[in-house]
Ligand binder design. Sequence first.
Ligand SMILES: Cc1ncc(COP(=O)(O)O)c(C=O)c1O
Length: 368
Amino acid sequence: MSDDIPVRVRSEIAALPPYKQGKQAGADAFKLSSNENPFGPLPSVVEALQRQTAINRYPDATAARLRHALAARYGVTPDEVHIGSGSVAIIAQLMLAAAGPGDEVVYAWRSFEAYPGLVLIAGATPVEVPLLPDARHDLDAMAAAITPRTRAVIVCTPNNPTGPIVTQAEFDAFIQKVPSDVLVLLDEAYAEFVTHPDAVHGRTVLASGAHPNVVVLRTFSKAYGLAGLRVGYAIGHRRVLDAARSTAIPLSVTAQAEEGALASLAAEDELLERVSHLVARRDGLVAALRAQGWRIPDAQGNFVWLATGAETTAVAAVFDEAGLIVRAFAGDGIRISVGEPEAVDKVIQIAASVVGTLQAGHSARAIA
Ligand SMILES: Cc1ncc(COP(=O)(O)O)c(C=O)c1O
């Protein structure tokens, strides 16, 4: 049978590469390719899920209990909170709401791999602004890329997959240059892992009340370890979030996801204790890799970045053969999530065998 699409679909959709999920790890391999939390679920969270058995009923379409709980934390009204089946769903909703054919969406590149597809699906045009040599956002260039066609700008901090944060001062200067009717998404999926003292905090930006065009995105997938439940949230202006609610697929946040998120908020101290272990593990990994001669950008999420460039596929194969499933972006670099202690040890061991094979002056090697 021909592999052509047998029905007429939009040309920009037909041109997208078919969806390919990150490789699943075999029984003896470590999955370090999706920035998941290596800690298993807390017993209290599992118990909460086990109590939520009325699956013959639809969930509460607005996830009101979770919105109220988050609103109380952020000091906002429940209407200024929106829950999605993962924060990626909310990005999709806001792209659909804000940008269509002829419109542009500006974001740094390389950044979260879902951004280009979500912009294209909305029918809009991605405008990718290269990162600085130290893998940070070039906010001056991003501001300069804004035109009358720009409908949204996405700022990812810490940046997935490279690691560095945007500072509060950088964001404050940037937001002054963004027209007040352009949506700014501050994607803080990894905020809980940040230890940099100067990092921008979405909470502070929101509290100032000065920028109703800013929406802050957070997720339960990473620090809270609920990637499999699919639940994330946005905080922002009620009317902007209404637009996201309008483009959302109804009832896509399950009662289990809401319950798991509520139980996780109740167990936050325990979860943040785990995060502190992951942060220490991350910092140990970065220090070990740098000592081997790798050039590692400031790692503020639960992952590290190797700028392996043209050698990416070959280096990823070495990790793969050693039972380490990493995320390779061909021609660019490799992102490795901070996993179990044994996984981190193995990453350090394999990385040591690779670094010397890269030529002096390679983008992944520190300048000697
Ligand atoms: C920067 C960033 N934003 C958003 C997401 C989406 O997370 P989720 O949809 O699981 O909440 C991810 C997941 O990898 C991410 O890296």
